[in-house]
Design a protein around this ligand. Structure first.
Ligand SMILES: [Zn+2]
Length: 378
């Protein structure tokens, strides 16, 4: 056992130093190192509290970023917007406190690292100073791995915040009709799937049967061109049947940043009209998910004229990334569900990993009190 722990530490050590040199890497966490499960409300809350505290520790490391040149070189970016970063930082603190306050059980609040029911930010940052020495032996390997993951993850977000709004992304909103999932109720999650549909019998079809088996549904953000191709290759009725039980949203006609796309309006109109035809005009809510989360205030305003919204996300599965396996995707998504405790999960139905990861996620969280929102009730 001791040898196993040593090997785990060595692996984490190597992972950390290889991560430190390459900036654009996907954050991974090994869920098997968490020695308990998430199958009850208390189990979920304990894992959630520990995940949040490790995130806070890594989030606090960003405080040392003062020099603009150092920021630009660390994140490999041409300019850094300190105002955007500060707005993002404030929102993060608000969310972290809200999530810690959602933990109700006294035994969980006092376990390992004691935090108060109505803790302030100052108290939280004080509590994490002693986190390392309080980690029980059976969680030491988990902790070492969680630090690596959260450090990578917080830097993924901080980089987007420094860049914002050029390009814009999911880390901040710019208009009232933009939804990130941060305002959802505790433990409520929405599943979303981008970039489809695939041609018949592809990953979109496979995912549909996975969702049916799991008695789940979601919002599919389709590319107008791919949707039209699939309709042309079969029929409107067949494609409507494919999506039945789920909601369809727009991802634009083609997969390009709409922030920089001159013909963004044509792209939106084309896709909305294709979706409406499919739903016989019943698709009243008009959700748009901008590719890469990149949009402008003009796009948000244009959508609001027809009661439309921008649906972003706060949990990025990274399932599109060839450097991450399906089981690593499920570990990453579970860790982020524990961290954010609510929100919108981003998957891609054009890839196969969502189909493989979802049953693991659902099974791991069975009994935890997590609820997947019925996309038809949006
Ligand atoms: Zn996309």
């Amino acid at each position: 056992m001791k040898q196993q722990v040593q090997i785990a530490f060595l692996a984490v050590y190597i992972l950390f130093f290889s991560n430190a040199t390459a900036q654009v890497k996907v954050g991974k966490i090994d869920g098997s190192l968490w020695t308990a499960n998430y199958n009850s409300v208390d189990d979920f809350d304990y894992a959630s509290k520990m995940e949040i505290l490790v995130y806070v520790k890594c989030f606090m490391e960003l405080e040392s970023l003062k020099d603009i040149e150092a920021i630009k070189s660390k994140y490999n970016i041409k300019s850094a917007n300190l105002n955007s970063f500060e707005n993002w930082r404030k929102e993060q603190i608000h969310l972290i406190l809200q999530n810690l306050h959602a933990i109700k059980s006294n035994s969980i609040l006092s376990k390992t690292v004691a935090i108060d029911k109505n803790c302030t930010w100052q108290e939280v940052t004080k509590a994490i100073v002693s986190i390392e020495k309080n980690i029980p032996t059976n969680l030491k390997a988990w902790y070492a791995d969680a630090i690596v993951f959260n450090r990578q993850y917080v830097n993924e977000l901080a980089r987007l915040a420094f860049l914002f709004p050029r390009p814009s992304s999911e880390v901040l909103t710019i208009a009232p009709n933009e939804i990130t999932g941060n305002n959802y109720k505790d433990k409520e999650f929405l599943l979303t799937f981008d970039d489809g549909p695939t041609p018949a019998n592809g990953n979109t079809d496979r995912l549909m049967s996975t969702l049916k088996k799991q008695k789940l549904n979601g919002v599919f953000f389709v590319l107008g061109e791919s949707l039209q191709n699939r309709i042309n290759a079969s029929s409107k009725e067949r494609v409507a049947t494919l999506y039945s039980g789920n909601k369809i949203g727009s991802h634009g006609k083609i997969h390009k940043s709409h922030q920089y796309l001159k013909a963004w309006q044509e792209s939106l109109d084309f896709t909305t009209s294709a979706i409406q035809k499919l739903n016989n005009g019943n698709n009243k809510t008009n959700y748009f998910r901008p590719p890469y989360g990149q949009r402008t205030v003009e796009i948000s305003k244009y959508l609001s004229k027809s009661n439309g919204s921008i649906l972003l996300w706060n949990i990025d599965s990274q399932d599109w990334n060839s450097k991450i396996t399906a089981s690593e995707v499920s570990d990453r998504v579970i860790a982020l569900m524990l961290l954010w405790r609510k929100g919108i999960i981003l998957f891609h139905d054009v890839h196969s990993k969502a189909s493989d990861a979802l049953p693991i996620i659902v099974d791991s969280l069975n009994g935890s009190g997590v609820h997947f929102i019925d996309s038809n009730k949006l």
